[in-house]
Design a protein around this ligand. Structure first.
Ligand code: FAD
Length: 397
């Protein structure tokens, strides 16, 4: 088979644009045609929105479509599906699961959420206690438990869910991974208000929720390996977003610096310059990370990227609030909202400052990511773990 080149893809994009001119085509129709032409995520297999092409060529496709004014599938709104559910389904799903879930996921017709964290099982995720018990007659699984901090659960149609299926095994071994229907009886979503005032995330109570065995992802008891695929992709998707030069959090603060000379001071100038350079280094490192991904699955480097992203976002948003002085302390809107996703640049400095606090917690706390970098990148001795071989039911909680 001849290798697919950027030129080959550009020709294909031009074909798509000719057959479905964005100006005369409904957004949803264009996106469907794009998926079916294999131009959604080019590294996915044919028939699943891709062409089995190198992942690095996606950028050429995106640039060509953007230049033509084609609609995108709003990755902000469907980030969990795109960044976490999709690569996990691709890696572990059956053919039926891939056919059923990937197309509506990419099109944004079905939003996904991630039912991982629980009260008492966040950083130590493998300690989770939500139970899934298999019914003898039907072979279905019955799930009971509570999840927490579930972003987008209020808009989600599906969830990736990990649950304990064998409490007699050590904590990493008795876990199984499921695809959970958020509309199933027994799923209750309650908003949790954040420091920003809005409720991006929720508590989710699962009471006797029935999940057919066909919605199990991977083998029974092997959910931890599946979850690790999700978590590694999560870090890359949080820390490795493609942003233009002077884009993201540095953009509004750089703009305020240029437009408002009265706010400037020498000390702030020095800090702004340092952070601008760091933001640029992080952007280019993210680019290199994406290129490395072409060669394989995300590795622990994604944790380093996510750490940097969290630290920089917090430092830059703090500088912005300081630069704007009293004005930076004014909060734009405290009404309770349930947004579709995070909008870092669509609101005021105060929002950015408060929302950035969550960056060092969501997707794995910075302390945990430092542990991962220490152990898996630097090869330092692991943290002592005395609960690795104990049955989950015998752990102290
Ligand atoms: C905005 C936001 C969105 C989120 N969205 C989701 C979601 O959609 N789905 C989902 O499942 N979860 C979600 N989470 C949850 C998030 O993944 C957890 O909050 C996170 O993993 C930390 O777990 P925890 O809150 O239980 O804290 P804990 O694990 O209790 O940690 C408390 C503190 O102790 C530190 N700590 C714990 N263990 C160690 C250790 N071994 N070494 C050093 N320090 C340690 C932690 O770093 C932290 O500072 C979200 C969180 C936020 C803030």
């Amino acid at each position: 088979m001849t290798a697919i080149t950027a030129e080959h893809l550009r020709t294909r994009v031009r074909g798509l644009l000719a057959a479905h001119p964005p100006a005369d085509t409904a957004r949803a129709d264009f996106l469907r045609a794009r998926f079916d032409a294999g131009l959604a995520w080019v590294h996915y297999p044919e028939g699943l929105g891709g062409l089995g092409a190198p992942r690095s060529l996606q950028a050429a496709v995106d640039a060509e479509l953007e230049a033509a004014g084609a609609p995108d599938n709003d990755p902000r709104r469907i980030g969990i599906g795109l960044g976490m559910a999709a690569p996990t389904i691709l890696a572990y799903g059956t053919e039926e699961q891939k056919q059923r879930f990937l197309r509506p996921l990419w099109l944004g017709e079905e939003v996904w959420c991630q039912l991982f964290s629980e009260p008492g099982a966040g950083s130590d995720l493998a300690a989770l206690g939500t139970r899934a018990v298999r019914e003898t007659d039907s072979g279905d699984w019955i799930v009971d438990g509570q999840k927490v901090w579930t972003s987008s659960a209020h808009t989600a149609r599906w969830a990736i869910l990990i649950a304990r299926t064998d409490p007699a095994l050590p904590k990493h071994q008795g876990i199984t991974y499921f695809l959970c229907d958020m509309h199933a009886p027994g799923v209750e979503v309650r908003p949790l208000r954040q420091i920003t005032g809005e409720a991006e995330f929720n508590e989710v109570f699962l009471t006797g929720v029935r999940i057919p065995d066909t919605h199990r992802l991977g083998a029974v008891g092997e959910g931890w390996a599946v979850a690790r695929t999700t978590l590694m992709n999560e870090r890359v998707s949080i820390g490795g977003m493609r942003i233009p030069r002077e884009g993201g959090m540095i953009a509004p603060v750089a703009a305020a610096w240029r437009d408002r000379p009265e706010l400037r001071s020498h000390a702030l100038h020095q800090r702004l310059l340092e952070l601008w350079v760091e933001a640029e280094v992080a952007r280019l490192t993210g680019e290199r990370l994406r290129q490395q991904l072409v060669a394989g699955q995300p590795g622990p480097e994604g944790s380093g990227m996510k750490l940097t992203f969290a630290r920089l976002n917090q430092e830059i948003s703090a500088l912005e609030v300081e630069l704007l002085a009293e004005e930076g302390l004014l909060y734009d809107d405290w009404t309770m909202r349930r947004p579709d996703g995070v909008d870092f640049t669509g609101r005021e400095a105060g929002y950015r400052y408060l929302r950035a606090k969550g960056n060092s917690i969501e997707g794995g706390t910075s302390e945990i990511l430092l542990n991962i970098v220490a152990e898996r990148v630097l090869g330092l001795p692991p943290e002592p773990r005395d609960d690795k071989d104990l049955a989950w039911k015998d752990l102290s909680r």
